[in-house]
Design a protein around this ligand. Structure first.
Ligand code: GCO
Ligand code: MG
Length: 403
């Protein structure tokens, strides 16, 4: 099964996506997601200029060997651009293999370990009352798990809260950078009050999550986790940036609130200490940004004996192709925690046609052969790429800080 063609398609149906198409002898086509929010064209070039010339003529069935070639055979390893490019190739090759065998991809990973994948989505608002209303509406639609974010009194433009009405979308089009403000003190005082108010209204049953988006120091995160313990969070995500893996040992000493981390990680080397020290509970790595399903399955197996569960990142900047890849992975592995599913813009769903099934708070990737997602190239051509950037954050005195 020789690879006879590969193409990168950059489009912007609601937001930017970089999609890889790999075509084989016999006509089977596989799809991969190479989207890296705010740096899309760098991955497109990496694929077009450096990876695709190596793929043509290779046997599409040799997924492990191709992965090793693109990772080990380059000398310059790791990093978000490299790993997003390798991830797109790997996802597309798994799509091809499953299509060639006529099975949904999860069957190649040992079959389904569960009936469906528990998913969470986002409830955001400027107030406790507002976020409670959004969460209630979501639960009425069948959601069992909801991430709660609100504005922080005293801070402008907090992470996770839309400036305009509608779903939260962090990247903004054009070249002027959106600036958020950050100060840990008002946030640390606000977050426990927020969850006290939400639990008082929603009761003990709903699964509630929260994302700190890398902004606290380890000791601040320890204080927050401790203050949130009475409100039974499923997790506190990205309390501290992940580069300092031992920082999470400090957080862990101070709280039993479960900790999640890893949406910006690319390889097992980003989480090795965190996992073996058992200083996190959920690992947020996702196939597209982590070099694909081949390494992510190994990472899941590495996490299993340490009781760390996988919980792939699934915001709108993960395309429906990578989300489907994550769902097949989630359905099959033993140590699944939860899957994020933020949903996509209507225009995105005109380009990517999915067969997901949502019921009772769970999502199923479908039983169509392969990933179960098709990409409409003619429709994609209607939405040309638009430059977009993620926001930045500054402290109240103007110092640039982690967004
Ligand atoms: C999440 C994430 C996203 C990121 C986004 C950046 O938990 O869903 O934190 O909202 O900010 O993926 O591109
Ligand atoms: Mg996050």
């Amino acid at each position: 099964m020789k690879i006879i063609g590969a193409e990168v398609i950059v489009c912007s149906p609601g937001r930017n996506f970089v999609t890889l198409k790999i075509e084989c002898e016999g006509g089977i086509v596989g799809w991969g997601d190479a989207t890296l929010n705010g740096r899309e064209l760098s991955v497109a070039s990496y694929l077009r200029d450096h990876v695709i010339p190596l793929l043509i003529g290779r046997d599409a069935r040799k997924i492990e060997d191709t992965w090793q070639l693109l990772y080990r055979g380059v000398y310059w390893r790791r990093g978000p651009v490299t790993m997003a490019a390798i991830g797109a190739v790997d996802i597309a090759l798994w799509d091809i293999k499953a299509k060639a065998l006529g099975v949904p991809l999860y069957q190649l990973f040992g079959g389904a370990s569960r009936d469906g994948v528990l998913v969470y989505t986002h409830a955001t608002s400027t107030s406790v009352e507002g976020v409670v209303k959004v969460a209630r509406d979501l639960m009425a639609k069948g959601w069992k798990a909801v991430r709660i974010q609100t504005s922080v009194p005293g801070l402008n433009n907090t992470y996770g809260v839309s400036a305009s009405k509608g779903a939260y979308e962090p990247a903004s089009r054009g070249t002027s950078l959106v600036e958020e403000t950050w100060d840990s003190r008002p946030y640390l005082n606000w977050a426990p009050k927020l969850f006290e108010g939400v639990r008082a209204e929603l009761g003990p049953d709903p699964i509630l999550l929260h994302d700190g988006h890398h902004r606290l120091t380890p000791i601040e995160a320890g204080r927050l986790g401790k203050a949130l313990e009475p409100y039974d969070l499923f997790w506190l995500e990205d309390a501290v940036t992940g580069e300092l893996q031992s920082g999470f040992d400090v957080v862990r000493q101070h709280t039993t609130t479960p900790l999640a981390l890893g949406e910006v990680f690319n390889t097992i080397w980003d989480c090795q200490h965190l996992v073996t020290r058992q200083s996190i509970d959920y690992l947020r790595m996702t196939p597209s940004h982590s070099g694909g399903l081949t390494p992510l399955r190994k990472i899941a197996a590495f996490c299993e004996p340490y009781q760390v569960k996988m919980a792939p990142h699934g915001p709108s900047d993960i395309s429906p192709v990578a989300l489907a890849a994550a769902l097949h992975f989630d359905l099959a592995i033993h140590n699944l925690g939860i899957q994020e599913w933020m949903g996509h813009h209507d225009d995105t769903m005109k380009v990517f046609r999915t067969n997901y099934r949502f019921a009772d708070g769970m999502l199923h990737p479908s039983d169509a052969p392969g990933l179960g997602v098709t990409f409409d190239e003619a429709e994609a051509a209607k939405y040309p790429y638009q430059q977009a950037y993620l926001p930045i954050a500054r402290k109240l005195d103007g110092t640039l800080t982690d967004w």
